[in-house]
Design a protein around this ligand. Structure first.
Ligand code: F1P
Length: 286
């Protein structure tokens, strides 16, 4: 049994807890916001930024923490970091004069010295290096803070966890993940999960961009996985290549849980320890 498997399976109950966390310290509607993070946390920042803008709450930019432009004017910076110790996130908060709020699993870390406010999700912390439930719980909380109802989300995730995975997803030799709007963050994250946990060749693109070249590698034995709505014609184009096409039905976040499961299953099939990926630490400190 891996930590990763337990942490993937605990997501519906962890999300329930995230939905009870008070969100008063998060940006109010109308604020101009930058959201930052590294790796998984950056991809969740991308998803939240697109959702917040689409919900009409104000201009929202996502940055990899290393690329945060300290000179640009924002009303608030939201930092996502499971560990609370990632170098680029700490550095970005230390050099901005904008009010900041950090979402973390571990407030007893340096993030509490550099953030003006800290929203702690200790119940979502993880032992696996590979992040799953902290990231999704943070995103569930951030979505809820936009006033978006999430009906049936945890029930759908529980149902997903009870299904058996299609053989084509686990036996594949290559996976490409596609998204549009907020789901590009989920597609990027799914690609990272497969890469980290299984040492696999994965890619991710905006769904329409996929047609401009990357589709060249689609072939039998490979997977093209679309988060959210697939653009007209794309499904047929992919089918013609012989690649397996996977579509999300219902909430795309539930499809990310399926991608977590595929990552764990492929790692197991290949005899890898998905809790400790090669060349990766739980927190990347420079
Ligand atoms: C983010 C991070 C990721 C990496 C891995 C471990 O840390 O380093 O970049 O992909 O999942 O965590 P954090 O700032 O969220 O702790």
């Amino acid at each position: 049994m891996t930590y990763l498997r337990d942490e993937i399976a605990s997501q519906p109950s962890v999300w329930e807890r995230a939905l009870e966390v008070p969100t008063g310290s998060l940006p109010a509607s109308g604020e101009r916001v930058a959201v930052i993070g590294c790796g998984t946390s950056y991809y969740m920042a991308q998803a939240y930024a697109a959702l917040r803008e689409a919900a009409g709450h104000g201009e929202t930019d996502a940055f990899a923490a290393s690329e945060f432009p300290a000179g640009r004017r924002y009303d608030r910076v939201v930092a996502l970091t499971r560990s609370g110790t990632t170098t680029e996130v700490l550095a970005a908060l230390a050099r901005t004069s904008t009010p900041t709020v950090a979402v973390t699993a571990d407030p007893a870390t340096p993030i509490s010295d550099v953030a003006d406010q800290v929203l702690a999700l200790e119940f979502a912390d993880e032992k696996s290096v590979v992040q799953t439930r902290f990231a999704t719980a943070a995103l569930v909380l951030l979505r809820a803070s936009l006033g978006e109802p999430l009906p049936g989300l945890t029930t759908a995730a529980t149902a997903e966890l009870a299904t058996s995975l299609p053989r084509e997803l686990v036996a594949a030799t290559q996976w490409t993940f596609l998204g549009t709007g907020w789901t590009i963050g989920l597609a990027n994250e799914a690609a990272l999960k497969l890469r980290e946990a299984t040492q696999s060749w994965t890619e991710s693109y905006y769904a329409m961009e996929y047609r401009h070249g990357p589709i060249s590698i689609a072939a039998p034995g490979r997977v093209v996985w679309v988060f959210g709505e697939a653009p007209t014609g794309l499904v047929d184009e992919v089918k013609r290549t012989g690649a397996h096409i996977e579509l999300s039905t219902g909430d795309p976040l539930v499809s990310l849980v399926r991608a977590h499961r595929v990552a764990e299953a492929v790692a197991e099939a290949r005899g890898l320890d998905p809790d400790r990926p090669r060349n990766l630490d739980r927190s990347v400190i420079l």
